[in-house]
Ligand binder design. Sequence first.
Ligand SMILES: Cc1ncc(COP(=O)(O)O)c(C=O)c1O
Length: 383
Amino acid sequence: MIDLEALLSERMQAMEPSGIRRVFELASKMRDPVNFSIGQPDFDVPEPIKQAAIDAIRAGRNGYTITQGIAELRAAVALKLSGEFGWEIGPGLECDVLITNGTSAGLLLAYTALADPGDEIIIPDPYFVSYPQVAAMVGAVVRYCDTYPDFRMTAARLEPLLTDRTKFVVLNSPGNPSGVVLSSDELREIVDLCESRGVLLLSDEIYDEFTYGDGREAGVFPTPARFSNQMLVLRGFSKTWGMTGWRLGYAVGPSRLIREMTKVNQYSFVCAPHMVQHAGVVALRTDMSSYVAAYERKRDMVVEALGGLTEIAHPAGAFYAFPRVPQHLSLTGDAFFRKALERNVLVIPGNIFSQRDTHFRISYAVDDARLARGLEILAALMK
Ligand SMILES: Cc1ncc(COP(=O)(O)O)c(C=O)c1O
């Protein structure tokens, strides 16, 4: 008889199952809920991208690829980002690309390559659920940068958290769960602070394309990568092209770091799915601006319906809003989540993304009719 309790690693005690999964399980038992809990677009992968994957399968592109990813996709990413950031990216250059199994894999590879047990990392609070849990996997200590009430991780809020053991700072703009987009000035200050303290900046830009008119500057997505190449940028295909189940993303940063992350990838994920990498080349050429414009209108619907009832930090990107539970209700985020559940609306309580429990997350990646119906119910609950 095996005593599994005795066999499980101590690491597992530090990790918690995702609270979002718990909400998904609840949703599967409900009849036709208004589901504002899902962090994925409601559109399907565009046809040319699907066709590229099918063609790749038929052409026999089904085996392993090299660990770093196929040359065509790496070159396409390098071209796109060197245009956007002005970095020199490619084999033998100062910065390089690693194709990852989604941004999630990029996070795990980066944390593994950078943090030893006891090292400190700084993440924003509220945060994407993986940030603290992946830290638990590698034994890193998480310092939370409290960004309430406006959800802006500024240099002034970061600075007091930096210590001799800080290895990296995770930045996420547009942010999950708030949708808040930082300005170039704010980003530049963070870049300067990290560089002056010898700390790496890890910029999770998975929602880069979902940056609306009011989050852009002269029509351009604000990224810290414009100010320095001494950082790691993680991006993905999941959200922009609706490819969540295809598992494709990329990491771009200093070649020395990319080399170490590639080493970890070699013994863990091995490579991103071969046919999906070929589809990724087509995805990078597929314009999604009409989809993003539709999401901007959904964002407006949310702000219009709920903005007058509570505090909502302006969501200029992603497809989330993170309203505060109105104070006159005297309810925690979790209690409000349960009230909404009784009305067949699924949101996510703020405590899943935060050390606090005062807010809730809405994902508005749903069709307009359902969005309008759900917002009406939430507005009634908030009055
Ligand atoms: C901020 C953020 N980063 C990373 C991910 C992971 O995305 P994927 O692994 O599908 O690329 C998500 C998904 O919800 C996210 O919200």
